[in-house]
Design a protein around this ligand. Sequence first.
Ligand code: SF4
Length: 464
Amino acid sequence: MNSRPVRRFFVETWGCQMNELDSQRMAGQLMQLGILPVREPREADLILLNSCSVRERAEQKVYSRLGAYRRLRRERDEPLFIGLCGCVAQQEGERALARVPDLDFVLGPARVGELREVLARRLAGERVVATGFPRDRRFDLDAVARDGAHKGMVTVIEGCDKRCTFCIVPSTRGPERCRPLAEILAEVRHLLAYGFAEIELLGQTVNHWRDPERGLDFADLLDAVAELPGVRRLRFVTSYPRDFTPRMVERLGRHRNICPYLHLPVQSGSDAVLRRMGRGYDVASYLELAAAVRAARPGIAISTDFIAGFPGETEAEFEETLALVERVRFDAIFAFCYSPRPGTAALRLGSEVPGAVAEARLQRLLRLQDGIQRELNEGRVGAVEEVVVTGWGREPGWLAGRTPCHRIVHFPAGATPARPGEIVTLRLERALAHSLLGSEPLPSGASAPVPAAAVPGPRSTLHP
Ligand code: SF4
């Protein structure tokens, strides 16, 4: 084992926002050691593959990427360390070291805060497997390399205690654990001090957050964060429908700096399928919730997730899903074919839907949604919106950004391009299926809507 210190790292990230934030946490720890990020794996002497195991194909792809990195290592003279992180790391543990004989370490998502120690042990010659769920998980606020200036992500709840029969997350991310309110607010203030325009609260079931000490719930958390001076846009993901209470619905209407966008995964439009999935709600209650949310916050965008071809899904049950899509008219959907995952209860259900049938259903669902989405986007043409700049756009000289409803907008940057994180006002000029094209940013003040943060809700007494 060569003990030459590691100087440059590259992180490849798959999966959800939780993984995105974990990558930022790992990058922050390395940068505190003076190890710098690079854009290309070939420039690095440490590669971290932050993996996702939600779907089978993503997991297979992770192993194929590890193979590519090992080939890269064979081609060079200098040492290259490779670490497998994320949910596949948790799931595979020692097996990953056996399957990939020259893998340097395996680091599960609940052990991300231990990267520095794991690296030190590896440099001392040990092949390390750090997985499992220690009671005392670490959140180092000062060791997060915040990537992108437009959105500061804050974990409020980790893991999941629900047992949806298709889902591997409870075994890869462990039992639910909530961060105390004071710690969350400290991190949000830290992000505001650094000028982040948008705060995004993260959790697998974000709205199941409870303050471990003070008996507060997610509605109280929304109050506390939305009322912090300087929060211009507040988002949260992912909400579990059954846990979305009337108090939370009311907060969507009360706090105008909460973005008018709610991701509310439904998974199926059939009660029978929802029962087999163990979701704990039915279609009627989901529809009631969606209606309440829209009444509380007119114009709010609702997006959702679907699984096509869940075990036993009949044609009639799938058509109930199509009917739900037509009825709710979601602003966006994230839909995938059912993917069997190790250790999940759905494996025991039998009655697998053939892959080709599931794929054909998925395509029908996506086509239906494309038409709806295009119509919804066309309805926005002519509107003047505030767009937070997220980066470069679809062609040279263009920028991309997100409206408060999370719609993607591409627009000409103009003579003085706005920087990522800045909020510009522009007119939406053309609708595409998945995005909109906008005008150049309008002069400040021109036809701009009232800034969301200028309409504060009643104050609460939650600030510590
Ligand atoms: S709520 Fe269900 S789908 Fe979501 S992470 Fe937990 S088990 Fe998985």
